[in-house]
Design a protein around this ligand. Structure first.
Ligand SMILES: [Cu+2]
Length: 152
């Protein structure tokens, strides 16, 4: 059985994922929040060795987690939920502020810098199998990157 290594901010997380797991996540972080903020973004680099797509994400700290796409339209930052994020074989896909991100909504508590957010990613591989990746994603302070407003 293979193990998959997740490097997040210099820390290694080991996950006993499915034996076929070939998806690597690195540089994962979640933007910290202050009350009464109920939503934030999670960012990371995902590489699927054999190709596949990210079909869902879940966190026990968020009521709803979605895959979002964000783009500037004129002066306005717009975002929308996407049903799946394509992961081309061997190519790192970057989730970052202003682009793709995981949207954590209906947060159950403020997320403070230094804490870790459990996050489960579900990846559908090319052959239609599903694998889940269990991550512990560190929280960075809200000021670590430009603000990202999420209107619902
Ligand atoms: Cu979003």
């Amino acid at each position: 059985m293979k193990t998959v290594q997740f490097a997040a901010l210099g820390t290694l997380f080991l996950a006993a994922a499915a034996a076929s797991a070939q998806t690597t996540v690195k540089d994962a972080w979640v933007r910290g929040t202050v009350a009464p903020q109920k939503a934030t973004g999670a960012f990371m680099q995902i590489t699927s060795a054999q190709g596949g797509k990210l079909v869902s994400a879940q966190s026990p700290l968020a009521g709803v987690t979605e895959v979002h796409e964000m783009a500037m339209e004129g002066d306005v930052m717009k975002m929308r939920a996407v049903p799946a994020l394509e992961l081309p074989a061997g190519k790192a896909v970057e989730l970052k502020p202003g682009g793709y991100h995981l949207m954590l909504m209906d947060l159950k508590q403020p997320l403070k810098a230094g804490e870790n957010v459990p996050l489960t990613l579900t990846i559908e591989t090319k052959d239609g199998k599903r694998e889940t990746l269990e991550l512990k994603v560190p929280v960075k302070s809200a000021g670590a990157a430009p603000a990202m407003e999420h209107k619902r």
